[in-house]
Write a protein of this length. Structure first.
Length: 430
């Protein structure tokens, strides 16, 4: 009888969420496991099928909280990404320490997500975020910049300070500041365009930080209101990314991005959209490995990666995105799409490029933690440079250097080919 009681107690402990407490500090283990079967079809190429998690959705981490009294808390987060398809577990995600208060908000220090990603639009308005059908980068809509300032699924800003305000009459504010040195954290400083995508960096080291007080940063604000059964959100933001020394030497200047957007919800319907205007693209001229959906950024030959949100280096452009959702019981039906336009110009007078996309699909919740999703996405490319001129990754010996004659901003790989994607996946949060 005693053995049975011990066995039941052990089983109950294993079934409960993993929470440890020591001297007032609570440590919670959390995470997600996801796998997708995707079939990608490029024009004039054989279809490619794979079972993997190239959107880098899977992760595990520790959330730490200590109550300091009078509404003040100490917080920390250590999070690492996984890939259920390849078994890799080397991708660093959020890693920070901070303080929060119910009245004045939350401040964090370390490796952080940007407000453009998780606060004002970005991944917050894309129901297919962290899947092969996501809008950022791969879908021809939403910036997936490798500097961490965009909406990329696996992009984070290194060595940063972020503040999120408490809600005041429906208004909230978020800002991030990167006071580092671009020449010490900038992977492009070595001269190779792919330095920031090598193992260990995985596209998220970032061209962040400035010299002599030229801090990089982002600020965003949003307003929420409930009116006659409707929920309305309006948001906007500004992003600034200073050019490093080597970038200035080839004529690049400070990147500036303006974003506006809104969401409207009524009963089972929800509509969302956003628009971004990009000037003097730096980080917006690149993308993260998650945004491009490549298992390895050094892949060559027939790979499934594209990054259609990329601008021309030093050029201007704009991106827009729109999404419609309808909740039917435990199932959410989704239709969305948009456009990316990279204007002609930049450091090497590259030609204009355009990508249009649409996505249809569904998400079915088996429980509060487990869901099945699937759908279809198509990307149309209008790219006068052709696929060879727009490959970010050189398939021969060595990669192009920034400023090299003939180098243009990437569509990552398979640059000139329209793309169709079918996918079905399973996700469990814990």
């Amino acid at each position: 009888m005693k053995k049975k009681l011990i066995a039941l107690a052990v089983a109950g402990a294993l079934a409960a969420p993993v929470v440890a407490s020591a001297q007032g500090t609570n440590v919670t283990l959390f995470g997600r496991a996801q796998a997708e079967y995707s079939l990608v079809d490029f024009a004039s190429q054989p279809s490619q099928g794979a079972l993997q998690d190239n959107s880098r959705s899977s992760r595990w981490g520790l959330q730490v909280t200590e109550d300091l009294g009078n509404g003040l808390k100490a917080n920390a987060r250590l999070e690492f990404g996984l890939n259920t398809g390849s078994g890799s577990a080397t991708t660093p995600r959020e890693q920070w320490v901070g303080l929060s208060h119910s009245h004045w908000g939350d401040i964090r220090f370390g490796r952080l997500q940007s407000p453009f990603k998780d606060f004002a639009g970005g991944m917050t308005i894309d129901p297919f975020a962290y899947t092969t059908l996501q809008a950022n980068g791969a879908g021809g809509t939403m910036s997936g910049a490798a500097n961490g300032m965009g909406s990329g699924a696996n992009t984070f800003v290194n060595s940063a300070i972020r503040y999120d305000s408490a809600s005041i009459e429906g208004f909230t504010f978020s800002g991030i500041l990167m006071p580092g040195d671009a020449n010490s954290l900038n992977p492009l400083q070595s001269g190779s365009i792919i330095s920031g995508f090598l193992p260990g960096g995985l596209g998220s080291n970032g061209n962040t930080g400035g010299r002599n007080g030229e801090f990089d940063g982002q600020a965003a604000a949003k307003y929420h209101a409930d009116f006659m059964g409707m929920g309305i959100d309006i948001f906007g933001g500004y992003s600034r990314d200073n050019a490093s020394g080597i970038q200035k030497s080839i004529g690049l200047r400070t990147e500036e991005i303006w974003r506006v957007g809104a969401s409207w919800a009524w009963e089972n319907f929800k509509l969302s959209g956003q628009y971004e205007d990009v000037n003097n693209a730096l980080g917006a001229a690149t993308c993260s490995t998650a945004a491009s959906l490549t298992a390895n950024p050094l892949d060559s030959g027939l790979v499934s990666g594209q990054c259609n949100s990329a601008m021309n280096w030093g050029g201007d452009g704009n991106l827009w995105f729109a999404s419609a959702q309808y909740r039917w019981g435990n199932t959410t039906l989704v239709a969305q799409g948009g456009m990316t336009k990279a204007h002609a110009g930049g450091v090497n007078a590259a030609a204009a490029r355009k990508a249009d996309s649409f996505t249809v699909g569904a998400i079915h919740n088996l429980s509060k933690r487990t869901s099945i999703f699937g759908g279809y996405q198509h990307v149309y490319l209008d790219n006068p440079n052709g696929p060879a001129a727009n490959n970010l990754i050189a398939t021969g010996a060595g990669a192009p250097l920034i400023g090299t004659v003939g180098y243009t901003a990437p569509n990552y790989v398979n640059g000139g080919a329209n793309r169709s994607t079918f996918t079905i996946g399973l996700r469990h949060n814990f």
